[in-house]
Write a protein that binds this ligand. Sequence first.
Ligand SMILES: O=c1[nH]c(=O)c2[nH]c(=O)[nH]c2[nH]1
Length: 317
Amino acid sequence: MPKTGPDTTPEADAAPAPAVSVLGQNQYGKAEVRVVRVVREGAVHHLRDLNVSIALSGALDDVHLTGSNANCLPTDTMKNTVYVFAKEHGIASPEEFATRLARHFVTTQPSIHRARVRVEEYAWDRLTDPAAGPAHSFARRGGETRLAEIAYEDGHWQVISGLKGLTVLNTTDSEFHGFAQDPYTTLPETHDRILATEVSGRWRHTWTEDTHEAPDWDTSYRETRAHLLAAFAGTYSLSLQQTMHRMGSRIIEHRPEIAEVRFSLPNKHHFLVDLAPFGLGNDNEVYYAADRPYGLIEATILRAGHEARIPVDHSNL
Ligand SMILES: O=c1[nH]c(=O)c2[nH]c(=O)[nH]c2[nH]1
């Protein structure tokens, strides 16, 4: 805005007019800081996954009325504080973590009189038994939906089973390097990253005729799902594409009743937070879980000699 000159209108000498507007309740903060904290106890990894929102209020009138930011701790700083606290103190519980944050802002910023911190925690279940070996694979609790799509025409059946919304994560045994590069490539190569995806999978059964016995659908579903998860957990991954192929090929190898598998797997990126500005290292401990953009990795895996019939879903692209 260009500065205006002195007010020379006749009203300038008069008593100030009562303000027309008054600042009411106000607060500000960083919403939805997605922090994932991994603790590695040898081959057994522990995971906490939070969505943290912070709202501060206090002596903030000047920020709104005069534009002075002297009392305005940047929301970016609040985000950094979440990551630094996750590194330095770990995440014992949502309550403990939120309490620590709220106390910090109120006791270190004289202008801040009240802090509200809301934490949502996403629960993860282990995919492998820590007593039986490496335990770094998890499935997110809830959100999973089983699917069935049936077509019947000219006496022939087509049965497609599947699932969506099954989110899985490996805290290690995932690398991505040796990729093609062009002048716009900035992605660093990684030899140890989090690999996470929300599985959408459909599989077509070989059963087409009433003259043959139909599979036990529930058993088939349970076993197929188990193979898909075992392949995700057990594959040392050089890309999500490779893991996905193992998930499909393991199903084809173990479930003769299935002719074709189709996966659509978003690569749910977890980026290591750079804690160097705070004099801290980050040895695969604190991650930022990005929700978009995401890689979208899709493929059909077929039993040799069978045709691809599961329609390719182009609603994403
Ligand atoms: O497993 C991956 N596959 C990719 O194609 C890709 N691209 C990318 O940026 N990260 C990854 N990760």
